[in-house]
Design a binder for this molecule. Structure first.
Ligand SMILES: [Zn+2]
Length: 373
């Protein structure tokens, strides 16, 4: 958070969101109503100076793409693959960006752009916010077309109360990132939930098998040792130059018995993670994202099959409608950049820990999710 963050009126302003990865920056411009106006994509320059410079360039690019200038922008949100202190606006460690020492990124970018307020957040968390924003808008559109104001396609708790505008409805959501590791971002009642130490949603390190493989975190049999892209690459190493998940699914589709077995075990493990999320926080959606989710529909199908199988022996699970709650991250929208832009809005910033009256400052561990996407 910079000292300049409250200086601009910004009430009806556009906001910019940047998803800053190790090779590219994806940018999104939202209008005051949350509609996506423009996007951009450019290469990331590494190192502290490079990150600030390329983020400034991406901001100017996406604003110019909409025929506007910086005076139209009321706030900027950044999604960073690393350890972030959202309350302070600093990046503490982001190896993929060449940032090893604490970088006051919000302050530096704000200064480079004439004082536009900037917020910084972990990249998995911005993806969760972005997915919620996209699904919420789709739900609101659906609701406005129906007299009964039902947003849902079968999930629980999705009926709007009479008189509540569809725009006020928030879909509770978990974004389950199946990347190098496994972690989830949680959006509840329209707000990002970080937890007191930033560890909310770190389900990758919930042990599920005491006799399972050793995990990088020091425990044994964590969900991550069964579900992640890394676990998949170990179980089914790439042999033909394609990503391991793609080769696995191709071999399984071709009838390879080993591949079918490995795919089934993987799908069951993802389904277990979904079940854990729903039974813990009862979210309406569990959105599959991250590198492995680029498999798309075939992944969704096998995970839903596993959830149906599990529900067959449990009327309790069946009553929760788990298969209907799982969905894929939208592939036609840069969800992380959109989520960053949502967090760049004034009302969202007011909910950051440092701005809540009487709340303790976020502890040093804030935003420890580093390996989700
Ligand atoms: Zn672990």
């Amino acid at each position: 958070m910079t000292n300049t963050s409250t200086n601009r009126s910004g009430a009806a302003a556009h906001t910019v969101g940047l998803d800053i990865g190790g090779t590219k920056i994806l940018g999104a411009l939202l209008d005051a109503g949350g509609g996506l106006v423009a996007t951009t994509r450019l290469a990331t320059e590494l190192g502290p100076e490079g990150v600030v410079r390329s983020a400034a360039r991406a901001t100017r690019d996406v604003v110019a793409a909409a025929g506007l200038d910086l005076s139209a922008v009321g706030g900027i949100g950044l999604g960073i693959p690393g350890i972030v202190d959202a309350a302070a606006g600093t990046v503490k460690h982001a190896v993929n960006l060449g940032v090893r020492d604490e970088l006051p990124l919000a302050e530096r970018l704000s200064a480079a752009l004439g004082g536009v307020p900037v917020v910084v957040e972990n990249d998995l968390n911005v993806a969760a916010v972005g997915a919620a924003h996209v699904l919420e808008r789709e739900g609101a559109q659906a609701a406005s077309c129906h007299d009964d104001l039902t947003v849902s396609d079968g999930g629980a708790g999705a009926v709007l109360a009479p008189g509540v505008p569809a725009s006020a409805y928030h879909e509770d959501l978990a974004f389950l990132a199946l990347g190098t590791g496994v972690a989830s971002g949680l959006v509840m009642d329209g707000r990002l939930r970080r937890g007191v130490s930033g560890a909310a949603g770190e389900i990758g390190h919930v042990p599920v098998d005491p006799a399972g493989p050793e995990c990088s975190c020091g425990q044994r049999g964590c969900i991550e040792t069964f579900v992640s892209g890394t676990a998949l690459a170990t179980a089914w190493p790439s042999r033909h130059g394609k990503p391991s998940p793609v080769e696995l699914f191709e071999a399984a589709d071709a009838g390879n018995a080993d591949a079918i077995r490995v795919r089934k075990r993987f799908a069951d493990a993802v389904a277990a993670a979904v079940r854990m999320l729903v039974l813990t926080v009862d979210v309406h959606y569990v959105v599959l994202g991250g590198g492995v989710a680029q498999l798309g529909r075939p992944l969704l199908d096998v995970v839903r099959d596993s959830l149906r199988e599990q529900a067959e022996v449990s009327p309790f699970l069946a009553s929760l409608g788990l298969p209907e709650r799982v969905t894929l991250a939208p592939s036609d929208v840069p969800v992380a950049a959109v989520g960053a832009a949502v967090l760049g809005r004034r009302d969202e910033r007011a909910e950051l820990p440092a701005k809540v009256d009487g709340a303790a400052p976020a502890p040093a561990l804030a935003g420890t999710k580093t390996r989700g996407r």
